[in-house]
Design a protein around this ligand. Structure first.
Ligand SMILES: C[S@@+](CC[C@H](N)C(=O)[O-])C[C@H]1O[C@@H](n2cnc3c(N)ncnc32)[C@H](O)[C@@H]1O
Length: 368
């Protein structure tokens, strides 16, 4: 029996020999004041940021990568590893290669929320209580996002990538780790304004089914529209941003046309493989949560999933420097973290994992 499901709004949590469907309904709504999660994301991102001289800081090289459990007792480390192993083997979610510092922060938060004092106790709880596992999943999946986040990145896309996309008969874009989809709607708007949307197909994936459900709805908090309007204008938007949504009862409903060419589907970068070939891959503010090995696996996956001369876009604090694929890409815009594939991947480097399409609609009709 497969442990994967195409059902939206639910996560199939496979137990030995059976499947259990667990609703993620009840997750805290996205779009409230982002200070907390944004701050946490920035804190985690800082560990991957190159210093002023363009080198990755010592914290990363010596702290996070070679002594990932510094300051943790051997027993606590063992308990944490067993917890992650149990989650992987029982539920199929693989957090074993996430960056230890943010992992510990999140797991400690869960310990506190559950009123427990050890990771062993948390392991017992999540193995026997699906609701506790749902709560852990929500904590592990940081969904903070926004429309035209980092406006100068979207301006660079418009000015440096779009002219090349114009020369293609069709455009395929993969948003890996799209959270609740704001980045995808922003891309759809940009492509629409540049006359490319008709011939574009956007694949929006995330491991979090509940976030994808929000993305699919196209409904976002009206309170954030002022911020998004400013971002849109700074990103080179040429119309009135309010043209793209209808305001109703405190929410902004984005026009259905913007998701006509979008396929939302579950895909886990830690365990799933490539499912198509893309001209552009955006994976922004996701790699900061991964350790060096998972980062390498994910970048290998992207290298294998890009068309020749395809574009790879990372988050503001993420970089290809000192990674396994650095030699396969050239920097198109170093500041905005936009890269272009310049050589074929080396055949010996597999990204591992099982070949599987993403769960959901996007799985239909995809190549692999
Ligand atoms: C901070 S959000 C980034 C959203 C958007 N890309 C942006 O930059 O605004 C990180 C997202 O990565 C997703 N994520 C984390 N680990 C993942 C994995 N192994 N596979 C797929 N998505 C993952 C989380 O669920 C979350 O939605």
């Amino acid at each position: 029996m497969s442990s994967r499901s195409g059902t939206y709004g639910r996560v199939v949590l496979p137990a030995a020999g059976e499947e259990r469907e667990v609703s993620l309904a009840g997750a805290p709504p996205e779009g409230g004041p982002p200070a907390g999660p944004v701050a946490a994301e920035q804190q985690e991102a800082a560990s991957m940021e190159p210093d002023g001289a363009g080198r990755i800081s010592r914290t990363v090289v010596t702290g996070e990568e070679t002594a990932p459990f510094a300051g943790v007792s051997p027993l606590e480390r063992l308990e944490m590893e067993l917890l992650l192993e149990a989650i992987f083997r029982h539920y199929g979610y693989d957090f074993r290669q996430y960056a230890p510092s943010s992992l510990r922060r999140r797991l400690n938060k869960r310990l506190e929320a559950e009123g427990l004092s050890t990771f062993s106790a948390l392991q017992d709880r999540v193995l026997h209580d699906a609701a506790a596992m749902e709560a852990l999943l929500r904590d592990m999946s940081v969904n903070v996002t926004g429309m035209f986040r980092d406006p100068t990145f979207f301006r660079a896309l418009r000015e440096k990538v779009v002219p090349m996309l114009r020369t293609y008969p069709s455009v395929r874009v993969w948003h890996a780790g799209c959270a609740s989809g704001e980045e995808v709607y922003a891309m759809a708007i940009l492509l629409e304004e540049e006359g490319l949307y008709e011939r574009s197909r956007l694949y929006a994936t995330d491991m979090n089914a509940e976030a994808l459900e929000r993305a699919r709805s196209g409904i976002f908090p009206i309170a954030r529209m002022r911020e998004y309007t400013t971002n849109y204008q700074q990103a080179g938007g040429t119309r009135s941003f309010s043209e793209y949504y209808t305001a109703s009862y405190g929410a902004a409903l984005f026009h259905a046309r913007l998701r006509e060419n979008v396929l939302f589907a579950q895909h886990n970068l830690a365990t799933d493989t490539s499912f198509s070939e893309f001209n552009v891959i955006l994976c922004r503010n996701v790699l900061i949560y991964f350790d060096r090995n998972l980062k390498a696996r994910t970048l290998r996956l992207f290298g294998d999933s890009l068309s020749p001369s395809g574009f790879l876009c990372l988050g503001r604090r993420e970089s290809l420097r000192f990674t396994n694929v650095e030699g396969e890409f050239e920097e198109l815009d170093a500041k905005e973290r936009i890269y272009r594939r310049s050589s074929l991947p080396r055949p010996s480097q597999g990204h591992g994992g099982q070949a599987a399409p993403p769960r959901g609609e996007a799985g239909k009709g995809t190549r692999r």
